[in-house]
Design a protein around this ligand. Sequence first.
Ligand code: ADP
Length: 272
Amino acid sequence: PSPADTETPLEMRLVPYGRDQRLLLARDVTRTQRLETMRRDFVANVSHELKTPLTVIYGVAEEMAEELAEADPQWAPSVQLLRDQARRMQRLVQDLLMLSRLETGGVAAERQPVAMPALLDELCAEARALSGERGHRIELEAQPGVNVLGAESELRSAISNLLSNAVRYTPDGGTIRVGWHADGHGAYCRVADDGIGVPREHLSRLTERFYRVDKARSNATGGTGLGLAIVKHVINRHGGRLEIASEPEQGSTFTLVFPPEAVTYEAAAASA
Ligand code: ADP
């Protein structure tokens, strides 16, 4: 029977046995699933509980940065550090909450046509602001009238993660190209940079939670280590997949591949 036909969730594997026989191994994974649910709930609860105290700490640190540091400049570096670290913890907690929401839900909840060209335009502007004086060139080429049937908030967060990574892992003045187009097989949202790239041996693990090629660099640039895990969950929930291509010192390309069912066309574009 297939695992779905039985009451107990089973994980099945065929292994070679003897010369031309196979052995079917079935394992009851009820306990594993229960532990996974417990882990998920625990992370979600802890993150939720940390949210309020962190907001308070960050607020107070900001106040101190303005007033105390001005009155007594010797405190300025410590107060700055306090504020930055509180901010970093806030980002981490936000990402953890987002990830646990994504992990518990099945398919994307709200589904409506999301105008990708407009969304990408907005997110590119945000990425330019993030780059600021670092002067990256951020170029967008989007096929008009092609939309995604999906959850806008999730798509926004996924693409914004890809863009902030591109900015963070590309040296000043580098080029980031964002593309959006569709063909008969689906639609593709591409974020390509000419930055530091990723050595081949790390590629397959990039979307694991907290996996970083260079932890120090990631921390220094404000990363939480959860960005690509979020991206992967979001695209999976839209029935698609994340493709990664990268070459050290040459750059990286991250592509969200949407299946045809998740793509809609505006009437004007369809008849054009
Ligand atoms: P982080 O917060 O550490 O950036 P992510 O999950 O977003 O976490 O990314 C995981 C790791 O993948 C990063 O630490 C970095 O090593 C690598 N990475 C992600 N995007 C890029 C990129 N555009 N160029 C080079 N390396 C990248």
